[in-house]
Design a protein around this ligand. Structure first.
Ligand SMILES: CC(=O)SCCNC(=O)CCNC(=O)[C@H](O)C(C)(C)COP(=O)(O)OP(=O)(O)OC[C@H]1O[C@@H](n2cnc3c(N)ncnc32)[C@H](O)[C@@H]1OP(=O)(O)O
Ligand SMILES: O=C([O-])CC(=O)C(=O)O
Length: 422
């Protein structure tokens, strides 16, 4: 572990080595540098808002590790539920711990009938499933009012397994509603990902048997999406939870942040962009438009990675395994050409813009038969474990309420003018 961090004041350029004390920076040293002034950093480009032991990103070198384990090894050797355990509890589970964890998650896959019948079925017929999911996560807080007892560790565990377990059920329910098909109850004889696919696609009894290669590929995607340190959604989770709000309300806020096209919503935007480009013959002119500022190349660029996103590399390999079963997604050639052109172009090279996790994932989801509107939902299912790992960490850190300051730039004091006199 690093023994110190270098902090730079972005207004003066001054920097100072600050020793790590008990896992965090020494605040007396911090004050020596900044006095009683604050950073002005609206998009948190240079602000560490927490210390965390969950996920490490080395953006310059394209490295991602969960609890110290390289993402490549986890994607190859682990399963989503095992990784969820690792993120939340800090260590890989023993066989007994894993059996108990899987049992507990499986036990909580059902959702209250009123969530489905009264709440989800009350949405407009063409409601976006991600909008439905955000609301449904928030609604769960009213079904589990004891979730407010956040100081009770057992209770926190119960809400954690509930949230992870119910995400696939809620996600599939949102999809079935949007296509006018009846809800499919969880089949708890199936594993986490196969059960989700059953709830998505089952049309006849007795059971839906997912293609093994596709279920395995989706599980790998779940591992890759499970956490990514203090991204916009996770920062939102921590922000809301710092007010001691319950985990459902906090996670609903995190999901709402993920919905945006600059964040998890980019996977949906990528497919729409590829469809608009339509043919590899149009790639060069599209890229010229991006360079002229007409629009962003969706699925490219990242706040932290200034190198290839390691998840995108694994997703590209996973795509080959999926296409071997489903047939190639015809949009793949356009995506590959876009990557080739962008990586050779000075605009992208000088700004260190590379494909991110969202660039290739949608091609896989689409080949598997998921509608485009479900792509961000597919991101949210596994990201729940990351949000909850951060929630647990926050609770244990006993952090104060998160409350940034502002620089007021509005009008000075003035007197009220009556309506008729304005
Ligand atoms: C799961 C995730 O959330 S991964 C990210 C998913 N989002 C996307 O794929 C959307 C497209 N990408 C983007 O919008 C951005 O790259 C973000 C939001 C991911 C990161 O934003 P920031 O860290 O604020 O990068 P910033 O906007 O400062 O970009 C630096 C420069 O690169 C340019 N740039 C960044 N991303 C792109 C892009 N995708 N296409 C074209 N230009 C881009 C910016 O215009 C800026 O150029 P300038 O210096 O001439 O003004
Ligand atoms: O880290 C980020 O800013 C966005 C991201 O890649 C993720 O949330 O997976």
């Amino acid at each position: 572990m690093a023994e110190s961090v270098t902090i730079t004041d972005n207004r003066t350029g001054e920097s100072l080595e600050i020793p790590i004390v008990d896992g965090g920076v020494d605040s007396s040293q911090w004050k020596k540098l900044l006095g009683n002034t604050w950073f002005y950093d609206p998009a948190y480009t240079q602000t560490a808002a927490t210390s965390s032991a969950i996920t490490e990103i080395d953006g310059e070198n394209g490295i991602l590790r969960y609890r110290g384990y390289p993402i490549e090894e986890l994607a190859e050797k682990s399963s989503y539920l095992e990784v969820a355990y690792l993120l939340i509890f800090g260590e890989l589970p023993t066989e007994d711990q894993f059996a108990e964890w899987v049992h507990d998650i499986t036990y909580h896959t059902f959702i209250h009938e009123n969530v489905r019948k009264r709440f989800l079925e009350g949405f407009h017929h063409d409601a976006h499933p991600m909008g439905m999911l955000v609301s449904a996560i928030a609604a769960l807080s009213t079904f589990y009012p004891n979730a407010k007892e956040i100081d009770d560790e057992d209770n926190r565990y119960r809400q954690t397994v509930r949230l992870i377990a119910k995400m696939p059920t809620l996600a599939a329910a949102c999809h079935r509603f949007s296509v006018g098909q009846p809800f499919v109850y969880p089949d708890n004889s199936l594993g986490f990902t196969a059960n989700f696919l059953s709830m998505m696609w089952k049309i006849a009894e007795p059971r839906y048997d997912a293609n093994y290669a596709l279920a395995h590929a989706l599980d790998t995607l779940f591992i890759l999406h499970a956490d990514h340190e203090l991204n916009c959604g996770t920062a939102t989770m921590r922000m809301i939870a710092s007010s001691n709000s319950d985990p459902y309300s906090s996670a609903a806020g995190a999901a709402a942040a993920l919905y945006g096209p600059r964040h998890g919503g980019a996977n949906e935007a990528v497919i729409r962009m590829l469809n608009r480009i339509g043919s590899i013959d149009n790639v060069n002119s599209f890229v010229e438009g991006v360079k002229n500022g007409d629009e962003k190349l969706m699925g490219f660029g990242h706040r932290v990675y200034k190198n290839y996103d390691p998840r995108a590399r694994i997703i590209k390999q996973t795509a080959d395994e999926v296409f071997a079963v489903t047939g190639k997604n015809p949009l793949l050639d356009i995506a590959l050409k876009l990557e080739e052109v962008a990586l050779e172009d000075d605009y992208f090279k000088s700004r260190k813009l590379y494909p991110n996790v969202d660039f290739y994932s949608g091609l896989i989801y689409q080949a598997m038969g998921f509608p485009t509107e479900m792509f961000t939902v597919l991101f949210a299912i596994p990201r729940m474990s990351g949000w909850l790992a951060h929630w647990k960490e926050l609770m244990e850190q006993d952090q104060k309420i998160a409350r940034p300051r502002q620089l007021y730039v509005g009008a000075g004091e003035r007197s009220f003018v009556e309506l008729g006199d304005r």
